[in-house]
Design a protein. Structure first.
Length: 349
């Protein structure tokens, strides 16, 4: 039987664990898997683009488990009452191909993205960072704020979105569930002024300039999340030129990330090498660092394994017959009505 985690089951897992604790545990698991980077069979995600959005498949595997995520990105969905991002995923045994978990990944994607952002910032931001600007106050924003508060000790979040209703929502949620000081900014420039960390998580289409060079101050760490597909970016290319840039999987980020705006030989560093200590992260307190985060399948693999383990420990979720159980593994036809009738006739004879 395959374990099934629907939205309600995932919410139970998160609520019973607590969002900060869930994010911390997930970040620890992500760090462990990034440090096993060379053990994974990796490839850039397979994307099908249309004029309204993108649908992607994201596979990855090690010697024991295979995972994939189905995910979309349609910024105009909110106008018809649908989320911009929707996802589900599967975790399977490599030895048999048997799917052990089928899980929702819409809420999970927001959690794993925030946990990855904070895990990367622990390695790249200035020690003692306490303030963050959060540009883009949509469905990912609360998770980003909570992750940076839980993992880095961020105390102040300065928030801005071109849609004031999104900011209203974010302020309402954060004020109710965290001691963070939430400051509503009048503009992006107002939000980032003096911030230790800047997170951009917008749904802009095209080469938007959310951050320009004049907004960048020495020592900032920039967590660029929203630019995650060809033709979709948030940073002016000169912001990247003045920074030390880190990525998840270079082959994918060259196509989809902020660095798609720059020549193919522009230097970047994969995060796993920093975590292993083979490549330095931040080299000085004044250096500007950028985590050009597009989301990589390994993060979903980690999330699926964590959810599977937690669901078994908590007894949350259900077992479903996603794959037939057969007395004779070569007799699939026997499941059908015709096959069952033939079996009855044979027994009667």
């Amino acid at each position: 039987m395959t374990r099934f985690i629907d939205v309600h089951s995932l919410v139970r897992l998160v609520d019973e664990t607590g969002v900060p604790e869930f994010l911390k545990a997930l970040a620890d698991a992500l760090r462990d898997d990034f440090m096993r980077w060379r053990e994974f069979d990796k490839k850039a995600r397979v994307a099908s683009h249309s004029h309204l959005g993108v649908i992607e498949l994201m596979p990855v595997a090690d010697d024991g488990a295979y995972a994939f995520k189905y995910v979309n990105g349609h910024p105009h969905n909110t106008a018809v009452g649908l989320p911009t991002v929707m996802a589900f995923g599967v975790l399977a045994e490599v030895d048999t191909g048997y799917p052990v978990l089928l899980s929702e990944l819409t809420l999970t994607t927001a959690l794993r993205t925030a946990a990855t952002s904070a895990m990367a910032a622990q390695a790249l931001a200035r020690p003692g960072s306490r303030s963050m600007a959060l540009i883009g106050n949509g469905s990912q924003s609360e998770f980003q704020a909570l992750a940076f508060h839980a993992l880095l000790g961020i105390e102040e979040v300065r928030v801005f979105d071109i849609d004031p209703r999104a900011t209203d929502k974010l302020v309402r949620h954060l004020s109710a569930c965290t001691p963070l000081e939430v400051v509503r900014a009048a503009s992006t420039a107002d939000a980032v002024r003096g911030a230790d960390i800047v997170t951009t998580v917008t749904a802009h289409q095209g080469h938007a300039v959310v951050l320009s060079p004049g907004m960048i101050e020495p020592g900032m760490h920039i967590n660029a999340v929203g630019g995650d597909s060809p033709g979709k970016t948030e940073l002016h290319p000169d912001v990247l030129r003045l920074a030390r840039v880190f990525v998840e999987y270079e082959a994918q980020t060259r196509i989809e990330g902020e660095i798609q705006q720059l020549p193919a030989d522009f230097p970047v560093h994969e995060l796993w090498k920093v975590l292993l200590g083979s490549v330095p992260g931040r080299e000085s307190a004044e250096q500007v660092t950028v985590f050009d985060s597009v989301g990589f399948a390994l993060e979903d693999y980690t999330a699926l394994r964590y959810i599977h383990q937690l669901s078994l420990e908590r007894g949350i979720g259900q077992q479903i017959a996603l794959v037939p159980e057969l007395d004779d593994p070569k007799d699939l036809f026997g499941l059908t009505a015709s096959g069952r009738r033939r079996a009855v006739l044979r027994r009667a004879a």
